[in-house]
Design a protein around this ligand. Structure first.
Ligand code: ARG
Ligand code: ZN
Length: 885
């Protein structure tokens, strides 16, 4: 059942030209496809004829060069159409009927509210017509769409519009031509009653490109931010990578029902509304940033993905890892680099590390899969990004740019592999990256154990770094990785000059106080000379490699790093480490049965935070980040066995203790904020709001009536969604008896105000689903019946089910197993409706071995219950069966 990388064979046939004709009927859609096929001259024929992919299509007819075939000229099954006698070169016409209205999988052609749209990556095209649905078959597409003119005035596909006109019975048609050869996964079609905003972009060579964003009429006021982001991304890609856009028109369409964030179809990106629509009243700061990032991501794919695409789906990270790296550096350039880096590293360390430690662990370039949709993972995207980032940092900016130039030039119009990407970087740098490539092949998170020795007499500091990597499924043993460790040394008055014994500084990456240590063996010792005092090491600056690093910092060391390091990431990381230790102190007390109300915590955490809050010279983004306690999920990651309740209550107790100790400072920050100031989604303003809302969150733990009132006021007076939803979130979580009435009023008011804005309703669902109050599962059950909840819409599922099961540990992991049962029911319900979404929901269960025995058993039982379902989709089957091993 599993597809293996080692079985890859080039295609026996090529498709030079693809002509598609869509007749969108009231009931079915008829698809006529005419393919110009010829044998691949580079492949020795196997004599098995031609086998095309095709699923859930009702065959009307097949013909070769205009001659209709009879039933015994071809073989048809649920997944393929085979022509045993296919000629060397011919024109194949197939006619098939599909049923987009009843396509709830949201793959292929489907209906979303009032429009038709497509999602073909990875293997959705085969639900549209019979085809060689694999990324190494690239073709020139001509697409004609015919539909009712009133209902579907807008008809779109990839490339340029070459013809349009009216057809019979009140219908009309449009024909699009995409001059760039592309794999079928980049095909797109949209038909609907859409409005659009329009702009133009002049490329670096002086060509004018028309930019259009299509939405339903009600959303026309929410497109501006996406358009600005798009133009910024187009300019940035020219400046940073020398990449110019290559068609006369670039279109984005927003759809409500979408499995993922967005899709980079050539010239016609299709977006989840959640990743393109934004306006201050309805969209949070995080939402604005997401739109900017995703718009850029999909645009950047035009080169890293479309012009140069993947040979097969094992190479997925070739385009995704690289494109995430590109969008992350873009976002860093547009906003606060440290903020962006901390956000990405937090996600990686919390979620990707958990994936790497679980049953679905796979390398950045996997070597086997059952269902490719299950491999659109944090490992492919986020660890893949880290791997490209390490390469970029190892080469330095100039060589990396030369390398990407060479990669794009060598492989333009080709379908290639991660090896080809690295080869281009090797060619320009002269570096041997053979060992580095283990990052693509070996799964698991490497662990660095750092020990040191200070030789006072010699003024020498000996730093020893050992690496290991735990076993992962199918990979019991690991070879050492090539790991760049960016670092410096801190003395009592700041950075110390670095002189490493036997090593000249590397001018590409080093200055006097910063260096990159390259680990290639299981253990290395570095000796730093001529030091005036015993240093504190600042390690893994900027999170220079996706590893877990263990060094026995004292709490005083951590405070020194927090206030004195030159690297923003390390300062933040030290603040988190200090907080983790203090929370772990409280966990010990909790396990002993001590009462946590009024508990005293290590004064150093209080002092460190007081300094932060008092220092006006500090970047507000940094303060907000450092003030925020590590999430419960990240705290869980640090434990051998995840004690959900201990973590939750200890973290809450530390938060309360900090709020009590720092009440004047926090109140000052909260009061000093200008609540009436006009909204702008700039880095500075976002940082200011996030600091102010962090202060509110601390103060709300004190359960004081003035704060509940302030919170309500913030909700009522907010001119933007960030402040409004932050206040609602605090009220929803508040344990204060006085919060009850306000909470109910505010939630009702919020829904009344926003019930016609689906993306705001999502936030309303999410904020309730993530409440730590003990009746939350009951609330979730009620919300499931609420008219606001659309049971098959992925955004609604993520907002209610996903939020409850992924972001509400204390309630999801209830001791009675009711949280688990709820998730099991949802997975079974969605298994037949939308397998991709169902499989994604399984994730929390894949972690079952990380919990205490009683919880393990309950989760295991749910996995067994799901596995027993007779008609399990491939998607759910793969995740569930691998989890049960
Ligand atoms: N290529 C898209 C992106 O990352 C994601 C498409 C995922 N589709 C899927 N069926 N898993 O931009
Ligand atoms: Zn992507």
């Amino acid at each position: 059942k599993a597809i293996q990388l080692k079985d890859y064979r080039p295609p026996e046939y090529l498709i030079d030209r693809t002509e598609l004709h869509f007749d969108l009927g009231a009931d079915k859609t008829r698809v006529t496809s005419t393919l110009t096929l010829r044998r691949n001259p580079d492949v020795t024929p196997t004599g098995k004829g031609l086998t095309l992919h095709g699923q859930e299509i009702e065959l009307v007819s097949v013909s070769i060069d205009g001659r209709t075939l009879s039933d015994n000229d071809y073989r048809l099954d649920d997944e393929t159409l085979t022509l045993p006698e296919a000629p060397e070169q011919f024109e194949l016409t197939t006619v098939g009927d599909i049923d987009p209205k009843n396509n709830t999988s949201l793959e292929g052609l489907y209906r979303s509210r009032t429009m038709y749209c497509t999602q073909c990556e990875a293997e959705g095209f085969r639900k549209i017509t019979w085809y060689l649905d694999r990324p190494d078959v690239m073709s020139e597409f001509f697409t004609t769409v015919v539909a009712d003119e009133k209902q579907f005035p807008v008809l779109l596909s990839n490339g340029n519009l070459i013809e349009q006109g009216s057809a019979d019975n009140g219908r009309h048609f449009a024909t699009w031509h995409d001059p760039h050869k592309k794999p079928a996964y980049l095909f797109a079609l949209v038909a609907g009653n859409l409005e659009h905003i329009e702009d133009t972009f002049t490329t670096m060579s002086g060509r004018d490109v028309t930019l259009k964003i299509f939405v339903e009429a009600k959303d026309l006021d929410k497109c501006g931010h996406a358009m600005t982001s798009l133009k910024n991304a187009m300019r940035w890609d020219e400046e940073q990578y020398g990449r110019e856009y290559d068609l006369d028109i670039f279109m984005i369409v927003a759809v409500d029902d979408f499995n993922m964030g967005a899709m980079e179809n050539k010239g016609l990106n299709i977006f989840n509304t959640a990743c393109v629509l934004a306006k201050p009243e309805t969209t949070t700061d995080a939402g604005f940033q997401r739109v900017e990032g995703v718009v850029a991501h999909e645009y950047f794919h035009n080169w890293s993905g479309n012009r140069v695409t993947c040979r097969d789906w094992f190479q997925l990270s070739l385009k995704e890892g690289f494109t995430v790296y590109r969008d992350a550096t873009f976002s860093a350039d547009m906003g606060s680099p440290t903020f962006k880096r901390v956000e990405d590293v937090s996600m990686l360390r919390t979620l990707q590390f958990a994936e790497d430690a679980g049953p679905m662990a796979h390398p950045v370039r996997p070597d086997s899969y059952i269902e490719i949709s299950n491999f659109y993972t944090l490992t492919i995207y986020e660890k893949g990004n880290e791997v490209v980032r390490m390469l970029a940092n190892l080469l330095g900016p100039e060589l990396f740019r030369k390398g990407t130039d060479l990669y794009f030039e060598r492989h333009d119009g080709q379908a290639v592999t991660t090896e080809d990407f690295v080869a281009a970087l090797e060619a320009v740098s002269g570096r041997d990256l053979t060992q580095f490539k283990r990052w693509y092949d070996q799964a698991g998170t490497p662990k660095l154990t750092v020990t040191d020795r200070w030789d006072e007499d010699a003024g020498e500091y000996h730093l020893t770094i050992a690496q290991t990597c735990p076993p992962t499924p199918g990979q019991p043993e690991k070879q050492p990785f090539h790991i760049p460790v960016a670092m410096g040394l801190l003395g009592s008055a700041g950075s110390l000059p670095l002189k490493i014994k036997g090593q000249a500084p590397n001018p590409e990456t080093d200055d006097n106080t910063h260096t990159v240590l390259e680990l290639t063996e299981a253990e290395h010792t570095f000796v730093f000379e001529q030091l005036p005092e015993k240093p504190v090491p600042s390690l893994l600056r900027g999170f220079s490699a996706p590893v877990k690093l263990y060094y026995g910092y004292s709490r005083d060391d951590l405070m020194r790093l927090m206030s004195g390091d030159s690297d923003g990431f390390c300062r933040w990381d030290a603040s988190q480490q200090l907080a983790i230790e203090v929370i772990e102190d409280v966990m010990v007390a909790y396990q002993k049965g001590e009462d946590l109300s009024g508990i005293t915590i290590d004064g150093r955490l209080i002092e460190a935070n007081r300094l932060l809050l008092q220092d006006d010279s500090l970047d507000k983004a940094m303060v907000a980040l450092m003030l925020s306690l590590p999430s419960e999920a990240y705290l869980g990651e640090q434990q051998d066995e995840i004690q959900v309740e201990a973590i939750h209550h200890s973290r809450a107790a530390v938060k309360r203790a900090l709020a009590e100790a720092l009440k004047p400072e926090l109140t000052q920050i909260y009061r000093a904020y200008d609540h009436g100031k006009p909204y702008r989604p700039t880095a500075d303003d976002i940082a200011e709001r996030s600091l102010k809302n962090a202060a509110l969150s601390y103060l709300m733990t004190l359960n004081e009536p003035e704060m509940i009132e302030a919170c309500e006021q913030q909700y009522r007076q907010a001119n933007n969604m960030t402040d409004a939803i932050a206040a609602v979130g605090e009220l929803v979580n508040s344990q204060a008896s006085g919060a009850e009435t306000v909470r109910e009023q505010v939630l009702a008011d919020f829904y009344q105000t926003w019930k016609d804005e689906p993306l705001v309703v999502d936030q309303w669902l999410r904020v309730q689903a993530t409440s730590s109050r003990s009746n939350t599962l009951d609330v979730v059950h009620e919300l499931e019946q609420h008219p606001a909840f659309e049971p098959n819409n992925p955004n609604k599922i993520r907002a209610l089910v996903g939020a409850f099961t992924n972001a509400n540990p204390i309630n999801f992991h209830r001791a009675d197993g009711a949280g688990y049962r709820f998730l099991g029911d949802q997975i079974l319900r969605l298994n037949s409706v939308n397998p991709q979404i169902a499989a994604r929901l399984v994730t929390p269960f894949t972690r079952w071995k990380r919990y205490p025995k009683a919880q393990q058993e309950l989760m295991h039982a749910e996995l067994e219950r799901i596995k027993a379902e007779p008609k399990l989709s491939k998607d759910v089957y793969e995740v569930v069966s691998k989890s049960l091993v």
